[in-house]
Design a protein around this ligand. Structure first.
Ligand SMILES: Nc1ncnc2c1ncn2[C@@H]1O[C@H](COP(=O)(O)OP(=O)(O)OP(=O)(O)O)[C@@H](O)[C@H]1O
Ligand SMILES: [Mg+2]
Length: 322
């Protein structure tokens, strides 16, 4: 693995080093070296080493410390609100009280017109942004009750992220890209590369493991990005327009892969999409409009084409209301 260059952007969601792109923040300067993080990463790694050998899709089940009582939902939001703008300024109520419940092994699609709050919701679920009010519970844990370091670990170890633009490191091979989150968590390179190879096999990309992203098709790059999101065995995958940059054939393959991960491995996925054909593969569809769930439906009833409308009527003079 090539050394990580100074100043590289790290995906604060998954702990993955990335090129310049939207939705990214710099990794906190002290994060990879902090003793707490290092200790926790080493503990997590030593737990993982005691697992049985990897076999098939089930190989990716995480070595979770058994909870006293399993939470009913992998993900839950309660009254989630987000207002942009400071006091006295015109503000935008991007989210106005969103309540979601996502069960283990469920593929939830979120659709809605441009400006309806889909990306804002995903950023808050991923801990990149904080809500103005309301709660996000991941596996029963309220993210707001965690310290910054704890949230960073949760994001890296329990959440995986898939972006429209893949966000692979161009100078790294597929296998190096996938191994990176593990190595950032303190896993020795040989073990990280072995797990990366296993995960690439899972997404049907073994034959391209030594290729760099520019030599792969968009669909292949997205499958590598999915492998990178899966390699930490996250409880939750968050996908923002995962087929948005793909042609229909590659889009179908990526959608089928996500569906298979849910059906065969009980992976939980929340996916934003504009494509009704992609949403049709989901177990449930939630439509956002003006920062609120408009409807929840089963995808078989989804229209063939999502209506587009720019969100309007939500600007206000900031009063802490929404
Ligand atoms: N950083 C910000 N500051 C101010 N307003 C913002 C900010 N981010 C988003 N908004 C506003 O919040 C609303 C919701 O934006 P968001 O990006 O979540 O929409 P979206 O549903 O993802 O749209 P699209 O389908 O176009 O990606 C929009 O009115 C947007 O202008
Ligand atoms: Mg968006």
């Amino acid at each position: 693995m090539a050394p990580i260059p100074n100043g590289i952007m790290i995906n604060s969601l998954s702990g993955t080093a990335l090129g310049n792109n939207s939705g990214l923040r710099s990794w906190p300067a002290d994060a990879p070296c902090s003793s707490t993080l290092l200790e926790e990463a080493q503990t997590a790694y030593s737990l993982k080493r005691r697992e049985k050998p990897l076999v098939g899709l089930q190989a990716r089940r995480p070595p979770v410390t058994p909870a006293k009582r399993l939470p009913m939902y992998v993900l839950e939001t309660r009254g989630l609100r987000k207002a942009y703008g400071s006091e006295g300024e015109v503000c935008v109520n991007a989210l106005r009280g969103v309540n979601l419940q996502v069960r283990k092994g469920e593929l939830l699609a979120i659709m809605g017109p441009s400006g309806s709050g889909k990306s804002t919701l995903l950023h808050i679920l991923g801990g990149v942004e904080t809500p103005t009010s309301g709660q996000v519970l991941l596996e029963g844990v309220d993210l707001a009750t965690l310290s910054d370091d704890q949230r960073t670990i949760i994001r890296r170890e329990r959440m995986g992220f898939i972006f429209q633009s893949f966000n692979l490191l161009p100078a790294f091979t597929a296998e190096e890209n996938v191994a990176l989150p593990l190595e950032l968590g303190g896993m020795p390179s040989v073990e990280a590369r072995r797990r990366a190879a296993d995960t690439l096999r899972l997404v049907g990309m073994s034959h391209r493991r030594n290729h760099v992203p520019t030599t792969m098709s968009g669909g292949e790059q997205q499958r590598v990005a999915i492998a990178r999101a899966l390699v930490m065995r996250p409880a939750l995958l968050l996908a923002d327009e995962p087929t948005g940059n793909l042609d229909s054939n590659n889009g179908r393959q990526v959608t089928a892969l996500l569906r298979r991960l849910v059906t065969e491995d009980e992976q939980t996925i929340v996916m934003v999409t504009h494509d009704a054909n992609v949403a049709a593969q989901a177990d449930r569809l939630v439509r956002l409009r003006d920062g609120l769930e408009e409807t929840a439906e089963t995808p078989s009833h989804a229209p063939t084409r999502e209506r587009e409308r720019v969100g309007a009527g939500r600007t206000c003079l900031f009063k802490g209301t929404g």
